[in-house]
Ligand binder design. Structure first.
Ligand code: ACM
Ligand code: ZN
Length: 488
């Protein structure tokens, strides 16, 4: 029998409950809040039908997902069975970047449908970046009028032309996505990435940068020096206004406020930023960065929301509020480790292997399946307990269409889902058969997983794919931008 994620406890009782092939089984559902932790459920199938008992509505949903998967294994009957199930982590995330390349509402819904089928429950929607600002903001319409359009796309072999490229989601469309997700117990977490990755914001509102220079949204991947000025009150006024509108669209507990890859060159050369740093008694611009993110997290706290920040935001070491969850993706300092070991919450989304925009040969299905976040080096028991979940991002510099998006994410997000739900690891070979079984079902949902030959390839092919990825995607311009960004 193939189920994904594998339930915590499953016992076959012997015998089968039959029902007409084209009808549904009898289902008896009850909610017992004291059953166990949130999202937990129990299924018992006997001669009368299917008995579902769940801790809450989410548990009922997950019981029904398991039942739908069971029914794909059998036709017109179900085995007498006892299942008890609960998630390992309450944060089981996937991220889609609609900035570098844009995906339609229908495409997003298909991805969510497939992710929810494997019990992923946090959709981190990356909506603003250097190459495009993709959410309608009524108080500053220029953010999309100017910020959503770039003139040319220079992403190596994946996308190379001089054409205008744009697109954004209206508020009505985003609310439609939120509603679709809610029905599937998926929380949509929008990301407004600040103070870096803001070329598109600055293209629309140059007065928010340190230099005031007019720029246009970026046409290449990379890290860019155009960041929001930390010493300008107007910047916070705009951020608050944008957040207010996001809060109205997205009822999520979490709001992602970015904070990754913030070059400090413009801050270093800016009188206002220097004055702010001195006023606050900071020695470094890293402290100013941490203060910046903290200020926004505090604003969200006043609104009853929690902030998620990429790990660069805490590098300054002076985050003094309890409203930040760190998205730990790549940390060459030990800031994230210290953060977790102090008992503060982290989401593990380590670049290797969770970034699924990288080829299967670099971050394989097996790598993802075998990774155990609890074994992250240096974590104390408190640090392990601070892991609220896992997230797997798909950045889209090199992903121009829906088919490619599908192939990069599936079946790898099945492995993410299983790891996030069930700490017990069944043999990889068993999981592999399960992944094979669900491929046709994914196709029925309109999502095409990668060809099986891609999933776990031999060392030589891994090397070939890695070199191919670098050769095809990393142009001279990209390398130049990368090192320009890192220097700053
Ligand atoms: C990131 O990959 N820049 C979070
Ligand atoms: Zn400045």
């Amino acid at each position: 029998m193939f189920l994904c994620p594998q339930p915590k406890k499953l016992e076959l009782q012997g015998g089968y409950y039959s029902f007409p092939v084209d009808s549904q089984p009898q289902i008896f559902t009850k909610i017992t809040p004291m059953l166990s932790q949130k999202e937990s459920y129990r299924i018992e199938i006997d001669a009368q039908g299917v008995h579902i008992e769940a801790a809450d509505e989410a548990g009922v949903f997950y019981a029904n997902v398991t039942l739908r998967q069971l029914m794909k294994n059998y036709r017109g009957c179900l085995p007498y069975i006892y299942i008890y199930d609960e998630p390992q982590y309450y944060y089981r995330g996937f991220m889609i970047d609609s900035c570098r390349h844009f995906f339609t509402v229908d495409e997003i819904k298909k991805m969510v449908e497939a992710a929810a089928y494997f019990k992923l429950n946090k959709f981190h929607f990356h909506l603003t970046d250097d190459q495009g600002f993709r959410v309608e903001i009524e108080s500053y319409p220029q953010l999309t009028a100017v910020g959503s359009v770039r003139y040319g796309s220079h992403f190596g072999k994946a996308h190379e032309d001089e054409k205008e490229y744009g697109g954004y989601y209206t508020k009505a469309e985003l609310k439609e996505i939120v509603e679709f997700c809610k029905e599937r117990h998926v929380e949509v977490i929008p990301e407004f990435d600040v103070p870096g990755h803001t070329s598109a914001v600055i293209a629309a509102m140059p007065e928010l940068s340190c230099t005031g220079a007019q720029i246009t949204p970026q046409t290449t991947p990379g890290v860019f020096p155009d960041v929001l000025c930390a010493g300008n009150e107007e910047v916070f006024k705009v951020i608050h206004a944008v957040l207010d509108e996001l809060l109205e669209i997205f009822p999520s507990k979490y709001i992602h406020i970015g904070g990754d890859e913030v070059p400090k060159a413009h801050w270093n050369g800016c009188e206002k930023c220097q004055a702010k740093r001195e006023e606050l008694g900071f020695k470094t611009m890293e402290e100013l960065h941490s203060w910046f993110s903290s200020e926004i997290a505090l604003y969200l706290k006043q609104k009853g929301r929690k902030a998620i920040c990429w790990n660069e935001s805490i590098k300054g070491g002076n985050v003094e509020n309890d409203n930040i969850t760190v998205a730990w993706w790549m940390d060459r300092t030990d800031a994230s480790l210290k953060w977790a070991n102090s008992g503060a919450p982290v989401i593990i989304e380590h670049f290797a292997p969770y970034y699924v925009d990288y080829p299967h040969g670099m971050h394989s299905l097996r790598d993802i399946y075998m990774k155990d976040p609890q074994k992250t080096r240096g974590l104390t028991d408190l640090g392990k307990a601070s892991i609220v979940g896992i997230e797997s991002p798909v950045w889209t510099e090199y992903i121009t269409d829906f088919k490619k998006l599908n192939e990069m994410c599936f079946p790898r997000w099945m492995a993410v889902a299983e790891r996030a739900w069930n700490q017990e690891r069944r043999p990889f070979a068993d999981f592999l058969k399960t992944a094979q079984f669900f491929c046709d079902i994914l196709k029925e949902m309109g999502v095409t997983p990668a060809q099986e030959s891609e999933w776990n390839i031999l060392p030589y092919t891994r090397l070939e794919q890695t070199l191919g990825f670098v050769k095809n995607n990393i142009s001279k311009q990209v390398v130049k931008e990368f090192f320009r960004g890192k220097k700053k």
